[in-house]
Ligand binder design. Structure first.
Ligand code: GDP
Length: 291
């Protein structure tokens, strides 16, 4: 499902575009969602649609709520009206833990979101649980920690770093301006996490699962690995810029993936070091090919 717009932005799905059918609908338009569910009779629906950039959620908190909170209800309502056997996946987020109540975070850790994005995602999570319990819908919520890949948008720190490292290595940039280097995240490879989403919908029973690597690294470590990978020292290139520092930060986000391992048989296959190397190599290749 895609939103109509005058300019197409499908480069992240170019490699599979021939194998899929794109249909138009909009999370802001309830009837459009009902209509595509009725026309296409899906077996499974994965709701990955969101305003997903945390800093933008302070600039557009109401719109973030429309998409990330009420949008989930619209999806679930469409399922309830059209066919209650459609299985549903909701993309919940570790941002829901925010000012964390315990370390590591599990499926039972109370939420304490620290951004309008996190607040909206908490609503999305609970409405998914509520439709599962109220209407017996196979609705699952995946509480995914940060998942990255070469397709990550350039505004996110991992891709910003790997793109910056590649540009510096190729002589196209001289420095890299970042915000808080002490922030820590539990980062994993997006491809592994998508497998977990799919596994949730293959189970007899729906549920809520924390999906993460279970290891935390600082932004500084990410930067250091990325520069090392191309034989450079980050201290020669990284500067801090207050524009990238946030009004409120989440605390130590680190998840416990044991339930997913036990019930879904899921484990990540790409390590932190492999992920950093994969992203730097992809940016080096992309920029070199474009030259
Ligand atoms: P998020 O966890 O979904 O918000 O993912 P991001 O990749 O946007 O941010 C991860 C962490 O990196 C946050 O704690 C940011 O404060 C920190 N960070 C430090 N410098 C930067 C920067 O220049 N850009 C971004 N996006 N994040 C930065």
């Amino acid at each position: 499902m895609v939103r109509r717009s005058s300019t197409e932005t499908f480069e992240r799905i170019d490699h599979i575009k021939k194998e899929i059918t794109l249909v138009q609908a909009d999370l802001l338009d309830q009837l459009s969602i009902v209509r595509i569910m009725a026309e296409h009779s899906p077996d499974e629906v994965y709701n990955l649609a969101a305003q997903s950039f945390v800093p933008a959620s302070w600039a557009q908190p109401v719109l973030t709520g429309e998409f990330d909170a009420i949008g989930v209800t619209k999806m679930l309502e469409a399922i309830r009206l059209v066919d209650k056997d459609i299985k549903f996946y909701q993309a919940s987020s570790s941002e829901m833990f925010g000012k964390v109540r315990e370390v590591p975070q599990t499926e039972n850790t109370p939420f304490y979101p620290r951004s309008p994005y996190g607040v909206a995602k908490v609503y999305g999570h609970w409405i998914t649980v509520n439709y599962r319990e109220s209407f017996d819908i196979h609705a699952s919520s995946g509480i995914l920690f940060n998942h990255e890949s070469p397709r990550r948008g350039l505004e996110f720190v991992t891709r910003k770093i790997t793109d910056g490292v590649a540009r510096i290595k190729l002589g196209m940039a001289k420095q890299l301006a970042l915000g808080n280097l002490d922030s820590k995240r539990d980062w994993g490879f997006a491809g592994d996490y998508v497998k977990a989403m799919w596994l949730m919908l293959q189970q007899d029973k729906p549920g809520d699962y924390v999906i993460c690597a279970g290891k935390t690294h600082s932004v500084e470590e990410f930067v250091s690995y990325a520069f090392n990978h191309v034989g450079l020292n980050y201290k020669d290139y990284v500067v801090t810029d207050p524009r990238f520092v946030r009004p409120a930060e989440v605390d130590l986000l680190i998840g416990d993936p044991s339930l997913a391992k036990k019930e879904l048989g899921w484990e990540p296959s790409v390590s932190f070091e492999e992920l950093v190397a994969m992203m730097v190599d992809a940016d080096l290749k992309g920029l070199t090919d474009a030259k």
